[in-house]
Design a protein around this ligand. Structure first.
Ligand SMILES: C[S@@+](CC[C@H](N)C(=O)[O-])C[C@H]1O[C@@H](n2cnc3c(N)ncnc32)[C@H](O)[C@@H]1O
Length: 213
């Protein structure tokens, strides 16, 4: 393995689960993701009293901003201890008020009750899921009937030169078509895709749990 590949692998491991010194270095990149959180907000269309889940909250800035503007309950789950500590610190007032609950765990390992959330969203997290259908199955069951899922991701085309990293088993690029197909197969309806205003081939993929699911 060349030094370059080793370095890329280390960086990607840390995008997956930020940790230690490299994790701290990654933070400066995560801070640039504010635009995705800003663009996600109107798409979520949050209504007072709703319960919302973010998978892979990172620095917790999205939840923090939304909690300041919307009378909703926010639950976040992230398996990086470094991110958990940072996000908890930022959100401590909302946590005290019971408006925000942050979990330090892998989404796959935690059970949530069925029909719990009005909205589930994730930003730049699906790249770390080799197969997405089991996660989509879990998401549809924990959404309330009529609930909404929004996945923000860059299409596989954006990563066409980093195939080596897929082989290393860290990073998995998916095409938007594959994600939409999987979502439809799992049962999501009224699918809609919106492109990022500044980044080409980066998408917000939206789907709903049917009322009669
Ligand atoms: C690239 S970062 C994106 C963070 C944030 N959403 C953003 O866009 O700034 C991916 C985050 O997802 C978390 N993550 C990845 N897979 C996860 C899983 N299966 N369960 C919980 N958290 C996960 C990582 O710890 C990390 O904080």
């Amino acid at each position: 393995m060349t030094i370059e590949i080793m370095f890329k692998r280390l960086i990607n491991k840390n995008f997956r689960r930020p940790k230690g010194l490299v994790g701290r270095y990654i933070i400066r990149f995560l801070k640039k993701n504010q635009i995705e959180y800003d663009e996600m907000e109107p798409l979520l269309g949050l209504q007072a009293g709703e319960t919302v889940l973010e998978i892979g909250y990172g620095l917790g800035r999205g939840i923090y901003n939304y909690a300041g503007k919307h009378d909703c309950s926010f639950v976040g789950i992230d398996f990086s201890r470094l991110m958990y500590v940072k996000a908890r610190k930022l959100n401590h007032e909302y946590i005290k008020l019971g408006k925000v609950q942050l979990m330090h765990a892998a989404f796959e390992k935690v059970s949530f009750d069925d029909d719990t959330f009005h909205c589930v969203y994730l930003i730049n997290v699906s790249y770390f899921w080799e197969e997405i259908s089991s996660r989509l199955t879990k998401i549809i069951s924990i959404l309330k009937p009529g609930g909404k899922l929004i996945i923000f991701m860059a299409d596989a085309e954006v990563f066409k030169n980093v195939k080596q990293l897929e082989i290393e088993g860290i990073f998995y690029s998916h095409t938007k078509e594959d994600v939409i197909k999987e979502m439809k197969e799992i049962g999501f309806t009224s699918m809609n895709t919106i492109e990022h205003t500044q980044e080409k081939q980066c998408y917000y993929i939206i789907g709903y749990k049917p009322l009669n699911f």
